[in-house]
Design a binder for this molecule. Structure first.
Ligand code: GLU
Ligand code: ZN
Length: 494
């Protein structure tokens, strides 16, 4: 059942450009995007870049590039414009100044002259006395003389929002009814002493002006919601906002050791997934499972399927565990779903510098086209392609000592000699025939196929794991395969 009324849905994705995008942020973008699409609504993309010390143009560019790579589109925002432009908060400072002034004129916000030291001292005292330790309302109703005195001392005030002294209850779209008592939500700053507006102001003001109907964001922002609801009420009274949006807080994402996945954890960096060759659709599929599922047992699906099924009321409020192995497995499944031409094209970056260890002129397009369908059956991430096909383009297989030691056992030389003999007379137009040859060589030495093919694989590819072996041999060709077995035999003899 849909949890959403018939009014047009307007949601927003509003990150701060403060560094590499991380997976939590992508999950938030994804849920907003899917929600908007599911309800044929509007996705507003807004850049919350009012913190000049932390935001950078480079992060902004990276953010847009990442979202485009993931395949997101938005109806309003940077690059596409819209009726509420500009969508970068750094370009909306006049608006915030104006709203802050209106709030003060209406008595809904006030100047607070308390110094940090004074605030700290009173907070500590309140704590010691077992009382609520938030702002105590000291400057709520200063007399003209007190204000004069503070100014004479050279104090510059912050602007503080006056919270109503009432309990705030709302129904979270994910968590159900939530209640915050007034003593736990004290008056809070909305403009710094230097005049810079804070997140606490600009975020709800823009949600109001941009007519956002649903705020879907991470659980870490839950504590700001009662404040925003109170601010919203003031904005409605001032004729600036129309209606309080609905809120839905998405579950925490937990990493290693059941700790919250943090921006600093390497596996939270979106760039890592891009560099390793995750498919956007594979990564998004996995991220959608952080708090949501399509149906009991179907883990692999397309974004269209997600959009069709996505209900915010189905999101699970419990923390979700980020499981890199599962993320890779799902990505591998999406690699399998590509058509082979698409797969071949997406591998292209990893077949070139700086990844490819072979000289560009040694790359053989025909061999690549022949091996690609086999590679597609094996990869979890696209970057694995380089190691899997280098045996085709390098003059000699890579030297991987660990693989060599693992595969080359007592008797491997005898096995390799027999295999060479059988391969020499095999039909090289058939991978099946090559398999028969190695199988027969194994039988001669009392070895099953798995044991018999390991030294052959290492001799030819340098590695113990790789693509289907007999197809690989066929594509590499008889001459090179036999030469490599000879080289391995020589090495074993030495
Ligand atoms: N700029 C805020 C952040 O990135 C947005 C939070 C929100 O969705 O309200 O945390
Ligand atoms: Zn004060």
């Amino acid at each position: 059942m849909s949890s959403v009324a018939s009014a047009p849905v307007r949601v927003r994705f509003c990150p701060s450009p403060t560094g590499n995008p991380h997976v939590g942020l992508v999950r938030t973008a994804l849920f907003n995007w899917a929600f908007a699409k599911h309800h044929q609504g509007t996705l507003v993309f807004r850049i919350e870049d009012t913190d000049a010390a932390r935001d950078s143009e480079e992060s902004y560019d990276q953010l847009l590039d990442s979202l485009r790579w993931l395949g997101f589109d938005w109806d309003e925002g940077p690059e596409v414009g819209g009726p509420h432009a500009p969508y970068r908060q750094s370009q909306r400072m006049d608006i915030y100044r104006d709203v802050a002034q209106k709030l003060q004129d209406a008595g809904r916000a006030y100047h607070c002259y308390c110094s940090t030291a004074e605030l700290d001292a009173r907070r500590d005292a309140a704590r010691a006395a077992g009382k609520p330790s938030g702002y105590d309302g000291h400057c709520r109703d200063l007399s003209a003389e007190q204000v004069e005195a503070y100014r004479a001392e050279g104090r510059t005030p912050i602007v503080r929002f006056r919270m109503p002294d009432e309990t705030i209850t709302f129904t979270d779209l994910v968590r159900g009814e939530l209640t915050f008592t007034a003593e736990n939500v004290p008056d809070y700053g909305i403009v710094r002493a230097n005049g810079a507006p804070l997140y606490t102001l600009v975020n709800p003001v823009d949600d109001a002006l941009m007519e956002i109907t649903h705020v879907l964001r991470g659980e870490d922002l839950l504590s700001s919601t009662p404040r925003q609801i109170a601010l919203y009420k003031a904005l409605i009274d001032l004729g600036i906002a129309k209606e309080i949006p609905s809120f839905g807080h998405l579950p925490y994402v937990m990493g290693e050791g059941n700790k919250k996945l943090s921006k600093r954890d390497p596996e939270s960096s979106l760039n890592l997934y891009r560099e390793r060759g995750f498919l956007p659709e594979g990564l998004l599929n996995y991220l959608s499972l952080l708090g949501w599922s399509l149906s009991g047992d179907r883990d692999v699906f397309s974004m269209d399927e997600m959009v069709a099924a996505f209900e915010i009321s189905d999101v699970n409020p419990n923390p979700a565990r980020f499981d890199l192995k599962k993320c890779e497995a799902i990505n591998g499944d999406h690699i399998r779903l590509l058509d082979v031409k698409d797969f071949t094209e997406r591998c292209a970056p990893w077949l070139q510098a700086p990844f490819a260890p072979w000289a560009p002129e040694d790359f053989d397009e025909a061999k690549w086209q022949a091996v690609a369908p086999h590679a597609q059956t094996r990869l979890k991430v696209l970057s694995e392609i380089t190691d899997n096909v280098d045996f085709l383009f390098l003059a000699e297989p890579v030297e991987d000592e660990a693989s060599w030691t693992k595969a080359m056992k007592e008797g491997s030389d005898a096995l390799l000699r027999t295999a060479r003999e059988k391969l020499e007379s095999a039909d090289w137009t058939s991978a099946e025939a090559l398999k028969e040859a190695v199988l027969a060589a194994g039988e001669t030495h009392g070895l099953k196929l798995g044991k018999a093919q390991a030294p052959v694989r290492v001799a030819v590819t340098g590695r113990t794991i790789g693509l289907p072996l007999f197809e690989s041999l066929e594509i590499l060709g008889k001459e090179k395969t036999l030469a490599r077995i000879d080289a391995a035999l020589a090495r074993l003899a030495a």
